[in-house]
Design a protein around this ligand. Structure first.
Ligand SMILES: O=C(O)[C@H]1O[C@H](OP(=O)(O)OP(=O)(O)OC[C@H]2O[C@@H](n3ccc(=O)[nH]c3=O)[C@H](O)[C@@H]2O)[C@H](O)[C@@H](O)[C@@H]1O
Length: 470
C-alpha cells in the first residue's frame, strides 16, 4: 500500500475530519501554506547557493501534507544536483564559539547533512502527524507521510549497514544520519530501552528495515558494516537486571562479531568511558587501563564492556575481523528517555516540572557532556577510517555536577531548588576524555557547546510534554 492508497481511504478521511475539527486553522493553514510555498520556491531559485539553510527551514516549517511532495522534490533536486542548499563555510560550521551550526557531519566521509533536515525529524512541529487528544488520551495517526529526502547513491557507494540497538537514543540518531547519507539500514532492537517512536519516520522507507530481535540470540544478515550499540546505558537501567546486562554485552558482542566474521563486515563496538571506572588518571587517555570494582553495582556494565572490547580484539587477532572501538563519554540530546535516570534528563525534566534538582553526593564529582551530533560525527568517521585502536569520543569541557545543576537552573527554570541525596556506590569522582587520538587520526573534535545542545534538548522535552507523549 502506498501513501496515496492511505490518503484516499475513507477511514483516513474520517480521521482527517476529526483532525480538522481539532485544528480549526487547518483550511487557512493550507492556503496560507500554499502562498508561502510559492514564495519559498521563488526564493529557492533566486538564492539557492547561499541561504539554503533558511530555505529548508521555511519549507519544513510551512510543511503540510499537500505541499510535502513538491517541497521534498525541490530539496532533493538541489541536493542531488550537487547544489548547496546550505553554507559550508568554516565560519558557520565551527560553533563552540557560539556561531550558528548549519550542518553536521564531515565531507571526508560524505556524512554532511543540513541540521534543519535533522531538526525536522527530531523536533517536528506536529510530531509526525500524530494527533494526541488529551481528553480521551488517544492518538490518531492522520495520514501516511512522505519521507525526507535521502541521498541517491550508486550501487557501489551504497552500503548495507546493521545497527544493533538502533531504536535507542544514540542508535536512532545514527540511523537518521546513515539514512540521509543514502545507505540501506537494518535495525535490530529488543525495545528494552529503545522506542519504535524514535524511528517511526523511517518505517516503510525502501532503504530501511526494523526488526525486533535480542542480540543475545544469534542473527544472520548480509551486511557491509555493523554498528554494535545494543546495551542499556543508563545506570538505573543497566543495574535493573545486571545478569541480562552482562549477557547483552558478552553474548551479544560474540554473536555480532561472529556475524561480522561470517559475512566479512566491518564491526564497530560502542564501548564506554566506564571502562576507566573511577579513574586515577585525569583526563583519561585510551592507554589508561582503568580502575573498576569487579563486584560493585556498576560492574555488570563496566566489566561487560571491558569483556566486549577483549572479544573485539580477540576476533581481530584470531579471525582477522576488521574492528573499530569507540569509547563514548557522557552524551545527551533529544530522544533521551525522560525517565532514563541520567543526570541530564533528570535535571531538565525536574526543572521543566518545577521540581527540585536531585544532586547525588556533594556534587563535586565531574563529568564532560557531549552533544549527540558530535558523537554521531565521530562514530561515522571512525567506522570509515583505517584506525583500529580504541578511540575516546567525548567533549573535554568538564563540569562539577553542582555547576551543571546551576547551569540547568539558569537555562531552564531559575526558581528551582536543590535536594541532596546520598552518592551512588562506586560513582566515578571525575571524568574527562583525552581526545588527542580522535583529533589526530579522525580529524574530529566536538563542535557543539553545552548551551547549544541543552537548548535543543530542552526544546525536545518541552515538545514531548506539550504533545502529551511524556
Ligand atoms: O551518560 C552517559 O553517557 C553515561 O551515563 C552513565 O554514566 P554516569 O556518568 O554515571 O551518568 P549519570 O547517571 O548521568 O550521572 C552523572 C553524575 O550525575 C550524578 N547524578 C545523576 C542523576 C541525578 O539526578 N543527580 C545526580 O547528581 C551521578 O551520581 C553522577 O555523578 C553510564 O554508566 C555510561 O555508560 C554512559 O556512557
Amino acid at each position: 500500500m502506498d501513501s496515496n492508497d492511505i490518503v484516499s481511504s475513507s477511514s483516513s478521511n474520517d480521521i482527517e475530519a476529526v483532525h480538522n475539527k481539532f485544528n480549526n486553522s487547518s483550511a487557512t493553514a493550507d492556503s496560507e501554506s500554499d502562498k508561502k510555498k510559492s514564495v519559498n520556491n521563488n526564493h529557492i531559485s533566486a538564492t539557492a547557493s547561499n541561504s539554503g539553510n533558511n530555505i529548508i527551514s521555511e519549507i519544513l516549517n510551512n510543511h503540510n501534507v499537500n505541499s510535502c511532495k513538491s517541497d521534498i522534490k525541490t530539496i532533493t533536486d538541489h541536493w542531488q544536483n550537487g547544489q548547496q542548499l546550505w553554507s559550508l563555510s568554516e565560519d558557520s560550521i565551527y560553533a563552540k564559539d557560539s556561531k550558528t551550526i548549519v550542518t553536521v557531519g564531515h565531507p571526508s566521509v560524505n556524512s554532511v547533512v543540513p541540521l534543519d533536515l535533522l531538526r525536522y525529524i527530531y523536533l517536528p512541529e506536529h510530531p509526525h502527524y500524530r494527533l494526541f487528544d488529551s481528553g480521551t488520551r488517544t492518538i490518531s495517526y492522520l495520514k501516511a507521510r512522505s519521507f525526507v529526502p535521502v541521498k541517491s547513491l550508486s550501487l557501489c557507494e551504497k552500503k548495507r549497514i546493521l545497527v544493533t540497538g538502533g531504536a535507542g537514543f544514540v542508535g536512532s540518531h545514527l540511523v537518521d544520519r546513515l539514512m540521509l547519507m543514502g545507505h540501506e539500514v537494518t535495525v535490530i532492537d529488543n525495545f528494552f530501552t529503545g522506542r519504535k517512536n524514535n524511528l517511526d519516520h523511517w518505517i516503510g522507507h525502501p532503504n530501511f528495515e526494523l526488526i525486533r530481535h535480542d542480540v543475545v540470540d544469534p542473527y544472520m544478515i548480509e551486511v557491509d558494516q555493523i554498528y554494535h550499540l545494543a546495551c542499556p546505558a543508563s545506570p538505573p537501567h543497566y543495574q535493573y537486571n545486571p545478569i541480562k546486562t552482562i549477557k547483552t554485552s558478552v553474548m551479544g558482542t560474540i554473536n555480532m562479531l561472529g556475524l561480522a566474521k561470517r559475512v566479512k563486515a566491518r564491526f564497530l563496538l560502542t564501548s564506554t568511558s566506564e571502562v576507566y571506572g573511577d579513574p586515577e588518571e585525569h583526563p583519561q587517555p585510551e592507554t589508561y587501563w582503568g580502575n573498576v570494582n569487579p563486584i560493585g553495582p556498576r560492574a555488570c556494565y563496566d566489566e561487560g564492556k571491558r569483556v566486549a572490547e577483549t572479544l573485539t580484539y580477540g576476533y581481530m587477532q584470531q579471525d582477522n575481523v576488521d574492528v573499530r572501538v569507540a569509547r563514548i563519554f557522557n552524551t545527551f540530546g533529544p530522544r533521551m528517555n525522560e525517565n532514563d535516570g541520567r543526570v541530564v534528563s533528570n535535571f531538565i525534566m525536574q526543572a521543566l516540572k518545577g521540581e527540585n534538582l536531585t544532586i547525588y553526593g556533594d556534587g563535586q564529582q565531574t563529568r564532560s557532556f557531549q552533544y549527540i551530533h558530535d558523537l554521531i560525527d565521530g562514530l561515522i568517521l571512525l567506522m570509515n577510517n583505517d584506525y583500529r585502536e580504541p578511540v575516546n569520543l567525548g567533549n573535554p569541557d568538564e563540569y562539577t555536577i553542582f555547576e551543571f545543576a546551576e547551569f540547568i537552573k539558569n537555562e531552564v527554570n531559575p526558581k528551582c531548588k536543590y535536594t541532596t541525596l546520598p552518592a551512588t556506590t562506586d560513582d566515578p569522582k571525575q571524568r574527562k576524555p583525552d581526545i588527542s587520538r580522535a583529533s589526530e587520526f579522525l580529524g574530529w573534535s566536538p563542535r557543539w557547546s553545552l548551551k547549544q545542545g541543552i537548548n535543543e534538548t530542552v526544546q525536545y522535552f518541552r515538545q514531548q510534554m506539550a504533545a502529551g507523549v511524556i
